[in-house]
Design a protein around this ligand. Structure first.
Ligand code: RIB
Ligand code: CA
Length: 308
């Protein structure tokens, strides 16, 4: 039986790569994909999500949820990495339908329809998950698990010296999700930043005849340029695709249960994920954290999955 999953994302080029892996995985039943404001504004995330689904035309079209504004004062788009349109300014024909529902409504509907069965893979800020908990505090007992790409244990930040982007964009929502009793897994920068994809990865993608290859060959080149120009890196990190890889092949990774919280007020530390690793730990352990990965095996697996 395929695992029921909802993907909450802020597309975003690496979000698009993650969808290329998840939407064609036979072991996953992606019942919905919901948009959240993060890499791009909510309107852009909504358009990009619909555009990606149109481009990929996956075997099963998921329900789509639409993002609405993230009211956190910390929010700013990551157009310096993902381009002004969030998909590498690659000239994709943009798609917008008007019949989609708000992301939090789609999430609530699907969780209530399949109590205990839905895994939620969060690839952007945790705004929608916090909204779901606010609308129905008891819903946490019906969610199988939440898997979050984000945070950092010992890898520092990427949007500030201390904070990873998804947590930074909406730290209050992230703190609420960390404090909830939903079974949680975190896929932090500590592993996603170690998987550096050189231009060989682009060359090894399927050809234009494959919808995933066609999309990724259009949007990835600008990410290589952005990583070179903005980050001084000659390889890219597809953070969200690594989170999907953890879902599909957890044996390539190591994880451990930790006691984590999200900073919401520090001038220099807002959005930082903090872990209590004292011998006499006082915080309760609340999150499975992925702390190691077989890098070469992971790169090979990502290539095989995208070529399958
Ligand atoms: O810090 C990396 C994360 O922030 C990824 O999910 C990327 O898409 C952005 O949302
Ligand atoms: Ca993302």
């Amino acid at each position: 039986m395929a695992r029921k999953i909802i993907i909450d994302c802020d597309p975003g080029i690496d979000d698009a790569a993650a969808l290329c892996m998840a939407l064609f995985a036979e072991s996953l039943d992606v019942v919905a994909v919901t948009a959240v404001e993060g890499n791009v504004t909510c309107d852009c995330a909504n358009t990009n999500l619909q555009t990606i689904i149109e481009q990929l035309d996956p075997p099963k079209i998921p329900r789509l949820g639409m993002a609405s504004p993230n009211k956190s004062s910390n929010y700013r788009p990551a157009t310096h990495i993902h381009g002004m349109d969030g998909l590498g300014d690659a000239g994709l024909a943009k798609v917008t339908h008007h019949h989609s529902h708000p992301s939090e409504k789609i999430l609530l509907d699907e969780i209530r329809s399949h109590p205990g069965e839905i895994s939620i893979l969060c690839l952007g800020p945790l705004t929608n998950i916090a909204r779901v908990l606010k609308r129905d505090p008891d819903i946490s007992t019906s969610i199988r698990e939440v898997i979050m790409m984000g945070g950092s244990v010992s890898a520092g930040g990427n949007i500030t010296p201390t904070a990873e982007f998804n947590m930074y964009c909406d730290p209050h929502s992230a703190a609420q999700v960390f404090e909830s009793d939903i079974p949680k897994t975190l896929v932090p920068l500590d592993v996603t930043q170690r998987i550096g994809l050189t231009l060989d990865f682009l060359d090894n993608l399927p050809g234009e005849w494959d919808r995933r290859g066609a999309l990724l060959r259009k949007i990835l080149p600008s990410l290589y340029r952005a990583y070179h120009n903005e980050l001084g890196q000659e390889s890219i990190n597809l953070h969200d695709a690594v989170a999907v890889l953890w879902v599909l092949m957890p044996d390539l990774f190591e994880s451990t249960v930790m006691a984590g919280k999200v900073e919401t007020t520090g001038e220099h530390t807002r959005g930082a994920t903090i872990f209590d690793r004292r011998n006499q730990r006082q915080w309760h352990r609340n999150v499975e954290v992925v702390i190691d990965v077989d890098v070469n095996a992971a790169i090979g697996a990502m290539q095989r999955i995208l070529n399958k």
